[in-house]
Design a binder for this molecule. Structure first.
Ligand code: ADP
Ligand code: ADP
Length: 236
């Protein structure tokens, strides 16, 4: 389904990702672990083409997505939704508008300025929020929510685009343990129930072990471990 073939990213003087080859035959929940600077973010950002590879290929369902441009690139990007450590919500905007914000580029900015979101989209947003246990927060401003609630809003925004893959870059690094658990449970459920692939950069081994089907360890741009959590006996 998703394959990295000799994927490489060089910045001036640094090889952030160094000939990484990974094959995911089915939509697993994958945790990527490794120290800061190991190349985890860069790898994730190359998948949805926020960052372009310097070498190698990414192939999804038989399609080489590495060189897509224009409309085809945008279509691919809409299939890979991303969530971030800092949630990246619009703090003063209400929760529902934040969830619908991602649909903006498909519609006129003017219409959304006046909150003219289609009813069907609003209903869908609220259904998704409900599923994540935060429908009651829908009218509040994003900034009024706890970190764990904000990350669930970001997940809801990601789900609005009905992605095949959810890319999560340190999704729980800013959260306390209880909220971290709620957010990881939500990601796991989205994987189990919807069959979406989840690829999460995680900084703790324990989290990867507990939630992921497969753990990939990176060091200095290279894969140094790739296996199931129970094959993971030593730290990377
Ligand atoms: P991680 O997510 O594991 O912390 P990153 O992918 O952010 O690692 O970074 C991997 C390496 O690439 C680091 O040495 C980092 O400094 C470097 N790097 C990342 N982004 C850039 C960039 N835009 N320009 C130059 N170097 C970068
Ligand atoms: P994160 O906490 O997600 O790893 P960083 O602080 O490493 O983020 O990087 C933030 C931004 O700066 C990213 O867009 C990354 O690509 C860029 N960046 C990271 N390292 C470098 C670097 N050595 N030189 C230039 N840009 C960098």
């Amino acid at each position: 389904m998703l394959t990295f073939d000799q994927l490489t990213k060089r910045f001036r003087g640094t090889t952030a990702v160094d000939q990484v080859s990974i094959c995911c035959p089915k939509p697993a929940m994958i945790g990527i672990i490794g120290a800061s600077g190991a190349g985890k973010s860069t790898l994730l950002r190359m998948i949805n083409r926020l960052s372009d590879a310097s070498g190698g290929r990414i192939v999804f369902d038989g399609q080489d997505v590495t060189g897509l441009q224009g409309r085809a690139k945008r279509q691919w990007q809409s299939q890979c939704a991303m969530i971030f450590q800092q949630f990246n919500l619009v703090p003063r905007m209400d929760v529902v508008s934040n969830v619908l914000h991602g649909t903006l580029n498909r519609r006129s900015t003017l219409a959304t300025m006046f909150n003219l979101y289609p009813q069907a989209d609003i209903h869908r947003a609220i259904d998704i929020l409900d599923r994540l246990g935060i429908a009651a927060q829908a009218p509040k401003r994003a900034e009024a929510l706890s970190g764990g609630q904000q990350q669930r809003v970001a997940i809801a925004r990601a789900l609005m685009q009905d992605p095949r893959i959810i890319l999560a870059d340190e999704p729980i690094a800013s959260l306390d343990p209880m909220n971290a658990q709620i957010v990881m449970d939500a990601l796991r459920r989205i994987h189990d129930e919807d069959g979406r692939m989840v690829i999460a950069n995680l900084h703790t081994l324990d989290t990867a072990r507990r939630y992921c089907d497969r753990v990939i360890g990176m060091r200095q741009g290279r894969v140094v471990f790739d296996g199931t959590p129970d094959q993971l006996t030593t730290g990377v």
